[in-house]
Design a protein around this ligand. Structure first.
Ligand code: ADP
Ligand code: MG
Length: 238
């Protein structure tokens, strides 16, 4: 990681601390990932449904709208995620509907994240935690029920090498999913390995900022044949 990039990432942590945050908001988390070379959707944060036409300049449909609130951890559960929006009207209406949703109306709202929808792919999870003895650990798992019900995940102590990252993928019980099970196209394992290295490798985010990151969660990372995009990012500050 260049000195420059490290300045950008430190600045993101400093700003969050100065405003008394215990976690980065989604757009800051994604800015952090982008600074480390991990792809995230292009996005804009808006205060409300006004002037959406202008907001969408520079973004390609379909769009996704998400509530940004320090009080809402699981946005979908609160009615705070709407995907597949095709027009400015649909985006504006999604924001208005979110403002009326009970769990959102009662929360502190920082704004609404309007972003491009990632091309379809396999959803996986990449994470990081800090062990009191071993320091940062990096994690990968297959998305959805694989993680939630089967706990099909692999962990390594950081820093990891490329071979470690490849082994992590190979040891997942559901690894066949990545090869394109049930007639689906195989996804780019190289892209996942790259994300694991940018998170947990020698110069990775979890290593570089071990003192600041208590927990990291890219859930999901959407992986297609061509690449991987982190469409959700949560960083809990140490
Ligand atoms: P949360 O986990 O807080 O409920 P997410 O940001 O993870 O919210 O969004 C919920 C789901 O919506 C994701 O798991 C993913 O399936 C889908 N999704 C969110 N953002 C995008 C995006 N930019 N492109 C494609 N799908 C998305
Ligand atoms: Mg999520």
């Amino acid at each position: 990681m260049s000195g420059d990039m490290s300045g950008v990432t430190s600045e993101i942590f400093n700003r969050a601390r100065q405003s008394g945050r215990t976690a980065l908001d989604e757009q800051s988390g994604k800015a952090l990932l982008a600074a480390c070379g991990i792809a995230v959707p292009r996005s804009v944060v808006v205060p409300g449904a006004d002037d959406i036409e202008r907001t969408l300049e520079g973004l390609a449909p379909p769009y996704v709208v998400k509530v940004v609130s320090p009080d809402i951890l699981h946005k979908s559960d609160a009615g705070g995620v709407k995907v597949g929006l095709k027009t400015a009207d649909e985006v504006a209406e999604a924001i208005r509907a979110m403002m009326r949703a009970p769990k959102i109306a009662d929360a502190r709202i920082d704004g609404f994240l309007v972003e491009e929808m990632a091309s379809p792919g396999q959803e996986i999870v990449v994470g990081g935690v800090r062990d009191p003895d071993f320091g940062p650990l990096v994690m990968v798992g297959l998305g959805g029920i694989f993680v939630e019900i089967m706990a099909d995940v692999a962990f390594r102590i950081c820093p990891i090498t490329r071979i470690d990252a490849e082994e992590m993928l190979a040891e997942l019980k559901g690894a066949a999913i990545l090869e394109g099970a049930r007639g689906r196209k195989p996804v780019s394992k190289a892209a996942i390995v790259e994300v694991l290295l940018r998170m947990g490798g020698e110069d990775g985010l979890l290593v570089k900022h071990a003192a600041e990151i208590a927990e990291a969660d890219l859930n999901p990372l959407i992986v297609s044949e061509r690449g991987a995009v982190a469409v959700d990012a949560r960083f809990v500050l140490a």
